[in-house]
Write a protein that binds this ligand. Structure first.
Ligand code: A2P
Length: 291
């Protein structure tokens, strides 16, 4: 297990963060509060999750000082035209003066009715994010990207003056994306794994290989899946839960052997799925690998 992940800004990003995609208002406040009261120091949200206000309530309710928490939120696809405005709105909803990390949620600018906005380029949006970051270090401690494939990353690196600190992508044994990880590692970009359990009703929790390794260590299948990520250099992880016992349990990780890691990665060959596939109507091929 790594000790921590260090960003190219020098900041430390805790290995395990609470994911909040699909965590609804009414349940996410308590999830965030319980997580922080039980040792989490990293919380991930997004404007698109429609829960920033409630995440902010949970942060405050925990009593944990803001500066001890690593907080991430994301620019919504429909907000590429106004990065500073979108950031200010997020800060207001979260009830905080800064985020530790501001990610472009998808390299996919969209119109208010969620169609591909072909009049905008996500690379230009990145340039806007760079501007906000350089002009307002008191509001944004680091900037990054999400759901960015190797081909897209290569395009970005040709023009970026600020190298993204993080690329947050789906990563679990049925969608490993090691090509993305390798490209990010070469560029000094940390990878954050979302949906590490395979999201809702995940077959991974019943997978024979996962269950066998779980039995060996006397842990739950979910712990094997979280462990896989934190045993991978340059990767940190965001298990999502709104269930108090699971939130606490998901912090338990073990050292897996090289053989176990390799075996877990074979799952993708027979059980391949992606919990959050790109596919914007009218957008065409985004260039993501078929993962
Ligand atoms: P819930 O939030 O109701 O507890 P992922 O992190 O891959 O997106 O997976 C999230 C899904 O996995 C949610 O449905 C969540 O349910 C469930 N989950 C989270 N932790 C565990 C766990 N320890 N055991 C089983 N299921 C879990």
């Amino acid at each position: 297990i790594q000790k921590e992940t260090k960003l190219n800004t020098g900041a430390i990003m805790p290995l395990i963060g609470l994911g909040t995609w699909k965590s609804n208002p009414g349940e996410v406040e308590i999830a965030v509060e319980i997580a922080l009261k039980n040792g989490y120091r990293h919380v991930d949200t997004a404007t698109a999750y429609s829960n920033e206000k409630e995440v902010g309530i949970g942060l405050k309710a925990s009593g944990v000082p803001r500066e001890e928490i690593f907080l991430t939120t994301k620019l919504n696809n429909i907000d590429h035209r106004d990065v500073p405005g979108a950031l200010n709105k997020s800060l207001e909803l979260l009830g905080t003066s800064y985020v530790d990390l501001y990610l472009m949620h998808w390299p996919a600018p969209m119109t208010p009715d969620w169609k591909a906005d072909k009049s905008l380029s996500w690379i230009d949006t990145w340039k806007e994010m760079e501007k906000v970051y350089l002009a307002h270090p008191e509001k944004v401690k680091a900037i990054g990207i999400s759901n960015v494939s190797v081909a897209f990353l290569e395009d970005l690196l040709k023009v970026a003056t600020v190298i993204p600190a993080v690329n947050q992508v789906e990563r679990h044994p049925s969608c490993i994306q090691d090509d993305v990880l390798d490209a990010c590692t070469r560029a000094g970009i940390v990878v954050t794994a979302y949906s590490p359990l395979g999201s809702d009703k995940s077959p991974l929790l019943e997978n024979d290989i996962v269950v066998r390794i779980a039995k060996k260590y006397d842990i739950a299948p979910a712990n094997v899946l979280v462990s896989l990520q934190v045993n991978t250099p340059n990767v940190n992880v965001l298990p999502k839960s709104v269930t108090p016992e699971r939130i606490i349990a998901n912090l338990k990780v073990v050292d897996l052997t090289e053989e176990e890691i390799a075996e877990l990665k074979t799952i993708e060959k027979t059980s391949h799925f992606r919990a959050c596939p790109p596919g914007w109507t009218g957008w065409g091929n985004l260039g993501f690998p078929d993962c």
